[in-house]
Ligand binder design. Structure first.
Ligand code: IPM
Ligand code: MN
Length: 368
């Protein structure tokens, strides 16, 4: 590492739409608290994505913003909005295209979504505390293949009326790299991989299962189990503590991770990190985002929970910058504020104080 690199890190900040800017602002505040406590310089550059970018720049993400992301060590992403009213059915002006383009062009094929409920929040979940006890799982979602990218994908006219098609395609190489990622992560955890598919119906799932079996032979100390996605959805709320690493294709991972977020009390609690193989001077190049959406119904009302964004920033420190202590300090600060009884609206619980997005962000930053 050259001298001038020491302690200098570049981050592209993409707040996006809806509650994205409010929660990202709190994550940035926390990063600034880390920078001043540890003497780091985080060079942050802001850019537009989603609806705001469509309105101002004519695309959900501009080429210039893509280049900015390419040049940085990490990306902190907020949330993306719904398509504008009246957008054509096959319109390219879909805000979500920004996220899909970032994932694809930056080759961020592995999306990690850890679910480890805070002890103090066990009673805010809609699931019984005794069921949640001991839950510590990691969803490893494939992020650049499957239904999200398969071609054709369109609505088209036929003499019999309109029809629509999406395509679920996976190559063996795509399955192999994500399954290997899951096994490598499981090795440092409780050594169990649950591969989730729909092999009783889908060809892509049968290839998935066969590939997972083949890779498992390289990791004799890790146990592999297969679950059908419907059954996995049920087991996640029946006995969540039985899971360690869950690996699955793009769409199943999207759905199961929203379900799993309720184990942590709220969709507003779950961070995520997306990686490919590219490295920075300090770790892995990555994109970090809360798993929740833009929640336009509560945008600007100071109600949104910024913790998923703040915990995403902690993952950024750990994985892209190699700042393990700093990441742990952020996570501990979040836990301390929760333990002290502060909650945002989504975590409402009798006897606890409901505070705003900005106030909880400030308390967490101060706890650093
Ligand atoms: C997520 C989101 C995205 C997805 C949307 C906004 C495209 O739901 O990150 O989970 O489906 O991947
Ligand atoms: Mn999702």
């Amino acid at each position: 590492m050259s001298k001038e690199q020491v302690g200098t890190y570049t981050i592209t900040i993409l707040p996006g739409d809806g509650i994205g800017p409010e929660v990202t602002e709190q994550a940035v505040r926390v990063l600034q608290a880390v920078a001043s406590r540890y003497g780091h310089t985080f060079n942050m550059t802001w850019a537009l994505v989603g609806l705001s970018a469509i309105e101002a720049e004519g695309a959900a993400i501009s080429d210039a913003t893509m280049q900015l992301c390419q040049r940085s060590d990490a990306i902190l992403f907020g949330a993306i909005g719904d398509p504008p009213r009246g957008a054509g059915l096959n319109s390219n002006l879909q805000p979500a295209k920004a996220l899909l383009r970032l994932r694809k062009e930056l080759e961020l094929f592995a999306n990690l979504r850890p679910v480890r409920p805070f002890q103090a929040l066990l009673n805010t979940s809609s699931i019984k505390a005794e069921v949640l006890q001991g839950t510590d799982l990691l969803v490893v979602r494939e992020l650049t293949g499957g239904l999200y990218y398969g071609k054709p994908s369109e609505i088209r006219e036929t003499p019999q009326g309109d029809e629509a098609i999406d395509t679920l395609l996976y190559t063996e190489a795509e399955i192999e790299r994500i399954v290997r990622t899951a096994f490598a992560l499981a090795k440092d955890r409780r050594k169990k991989v649950t591969s989730v598919d729909k092999a009783n119906v889908l060809s892509s799932s049968r290839l998935w299962r066969r590939t997972a079996e083949r890779i498992a032979a390289d990791y004799p100390d890790v146990t592999l189990e297969h679950l059908l996605v419907d059954s996995c959805a049920m087991h996640l709320i029946r006995h969540p503590a039985s899971f360690d690493v869950i690996v699955t294709e793009n769409m199943f991972g999207d759905i199961l991770s929203d379900e799993a977020s309720m184990l942590a009390g709220s969709l507003g609690m779950l961070p995520s990190a997306s990686f490919g193989t590219r490295r920075t001077a300090y770790g892995l190049f990555g994109l970090y985002e809360p798993i929740h959406g833009s929640a336009p119904d509560i945008a600007g009302q100071r109600k949104a929970n910024p913790i998923a964004a703040i915990l995403s920033a902690a993952m950024l420190l750990r994985y892209s910058f190699g700042l393990k202590e700093e990441a742990a300090v952020v996570e501990a600060a979040v836990e301390r504020v929760i333990d002290a009884g502060y909650r945002t609206e989504d975590l409402r619980e009798a006897g606890k104080e409901i505070i705003s997005t900005q106030e909880i962000g400030r308390l967490i930053a101060e706890a650093i």
